[in-house]
Design a protein around this ligand. Structure first.
Ligand code: HEC
Length: 138
């Protein structure tokens, strides 16, 4: 009986010791967040709007009538970029056209209206289109 209890005590001690060590090891692993990442630069807001605009244009129906460099139903978006200076006023003008649609600037064919596109998204799309000739907003 005495032997058994000594053995049990020894076993328990060994177990406690084992878990104590195991626990410590685990802690070390949890605290390791790996090597620090490179510092991320502050986001370039202007470039960001253009990138978002590009995604929005690609996700919308624009490509049915517009190609980046070729005229299809509507003018090529690069021709639109060449026609207009990349200014805030023209961003607003073209955003309005994207939402309301219309015709008469490039011909008689009607540009479809996009009433579901918000003003903010339409402006991002306009910024993307206006950036296609390499011009930056001024
Ligand atoms: C149904 C065909 C069609 C679709 C869809 C369409 N467009 Fe157009 N778009 C046109 C036509 C046609 C014109 C030329 C309108 C004109 O002569 O006034 C045009 C003109 C434009 C212009 C120049 C506007 C101006 O006044 O000079 C922009 C910018 C433009 N589209 C962007 C877009 C974007 C962005 C989308 C997607 C959200 C889109 N379009 C979807 C047919 C379309």
């Amino acid at each position: 009986m005495k032997i058994t209890s000594t053995l049990t005590t020894a076993l328990i001690s060994a177990t406690v010791l084992f878990y104590a060590c195991g626990g410590k090891e685990k802690k070390t692993v949890t605290e390791d967040y790996g090597t620090p990442q490179e510092t991320i630069d502050a986001p370039d807001v202007a470039a960001d709007a253009i990138t978002q605009g590009e995604s929005l244009v690609k996700a919308s129906d624009c490509k049915t009538c517009h190609h980046i460099t070729n005229k299809i139903i509507g003018p090529s978006h690069t021709d639109v970029a060449k026609k207009y200076e990349f200014t805030k006023a023209n961003v607003e003008l073209l955003a309005g056209k994207i939402i309301k649609g219309g015709s008469g600037v490039w011909g008689e064919v009607l540009m479809a209206a996009h009433p579901d596109i918000t003003q903010a998204d339409a402006e991002k799309m306009a910024r993307y289109v206006l950036s296609l000739d390499g011009e930056t907003e001024h």
